[in-house]
Design a protein around this ligand. Structure first.
Ligand SMILES: O=C(O)CCC(=O)C(=O)O
Ligand SMILES: [Fe+2]
Length: 345
């Protein structure tokens, strides 16, 4: 089936065989218990030195313990979040013929719409397909990319452009707080390390049998920092040897520590393994912003974090090489990309 999943999924009452995962990869009990321990961090501080120190402490602790936290009062307006979510739903709901020109399996194109994974290795024959349609495009610098974005709905460029700029500001603020908490110089992540910004909007239609399929399989994000907006349940993280649900909180963002932050922090911060499951009653849409280094950038543990008694844990790697390794390994159930750059003790 080459057409988008959402164009036919409502007409089937069993899951087609190519979407059925082998028993050992299936999601198991649904819904998984909600994780009570994922911190919800209020970014609105009254501005005193004490407050900032406390905020930095909360962010670093969550990033060390779990690699995931949620933020509220984060500065991106509720209206903009709602508007962006509605806009993407409107885009995804357009008739097939309006979206056909964007559909491609070549995810290196500047704007693509596809069913399944963005990883072409995973879409090869023999692998089960993820139960989702996704929109994928770059966002920064805006003027380099906005021309490749759809003209329909008419507000696409305006709304998604504003959203991208606002979410970037939030990301850079969080990265500044992280750099302060790690004791790195101001602006450590501001340049090459956060040079690119991509967006993936995942749309998971209701599924006739959610226990057989995955929305997205377990993975670590390969980039620097991920900022996710969701309204419905579906995101899970792997914690203490089990999958637990990440509660959707209205107008919060889920922040994911991704692989490069673990590498740069010399293992002090942990990237979070996560996946998405589906449900049989309602469609779920997640808007995911990926902040990444430039492809040419060489990533290595920050010099200030490597000392005697704290030896260097990872070797340096050019970001494009890391991404190529990741593309080859994502099917590995342990997702060991970062491990391949770990120095032997
Ligand atoms: O949709 C979700 O909740 C998770 C998506 C995700 O992990 C990703 O796109 O990398
Ligand atoms: Fe992810």
């Amino acid at each position: 089936m080459s057409t988008l999943l959402s164009s036919w999924s409502k007409d089937v009452n069993t899951v087609p065989q190519n979407f059925v995962f082998p028993p050992e990869e299936r999601p198991g009990d649904l819904p998984a218990p909600l994780c009570k321990g994922i911190p919800v961090i209020d970014l609105q501080q009254s501005g005193g030195h004490h407050d900032t120190a406390d905020l930095v402490h909360q962010i670093i602790k969550a990033s060390q313990d779990l690699g995931m936290f949620q933020v509220i009062n984060h500065g991106v307006s509720e209206e903009l979040m709602d508007d962006t979510m509605s806009l993407f739903k409107e885009f995804l709901d357009m008739p097939e013929e309006d979206k056909a020109s964007y559909c491609s399996e070549d995810i290196t194109k500047s704007f693509v719409l596809y069913t399944g994974s963005s990883n072409s290795n995973l879409n090869k024959k023999g692998n089960a397909t993820y139960w989702k349609d996704s929109v994928k495009h770059s966002c920064h610098p805006l003027e380099d990319h906005i021309q490749s974005w759809p003209e329909k709905p008419a507000r696409y460029r305006e709304v998604v452009g504003t959203y991208s700029v606002e979410v970037r500001k939030l990301s850079l603020r969080i990265l500044d707080l992280i750099s302060e908490g790690l004791g790195l110089e101001e602006g450590y992540f501001a340049d090459e390390l956060s040079k690119t910004q991509g967006l993936i909007v995942n749309h998971y239609p209701p599924c006739p049998n959610p226990s057989l399929v995955l929305g997205v399989g377990g993975h670590f994000d390969p980039n620097l920092l991920t900022i996710l907006q969701q309204e419905e349940y579906g995101l899970q993280m792997y914690k203490d040897e089990q999958w637990v649900g990440v509660e959707p909180l209205p107008h919060a963002f889920v922040i994911n520590i991704a692989n490069q932050l673990e590498l740069i922090s010399n293992g002090m911060l942990k990237s979070a393994k996560h996946r998405a499951v589906t449900n049989s009653s309602i469609a779920r849409t997640s808007i995911v912003t990926f902040i990444s280094p430039s492809r040419e950038c060489v990533i290595e543990p920050a010099k200030a974090l490597v000392k005697s008694g704290n030896p260097q844990l990872f070797k340096g790697v050019q970001y494009k090489e890391f991404i190529n390794t990741y593309a080859g390994k994502i099917k590995d159930p342990k997702d060991t990309t970062l491990e391949s750059y770990r120095l032997q003790a």
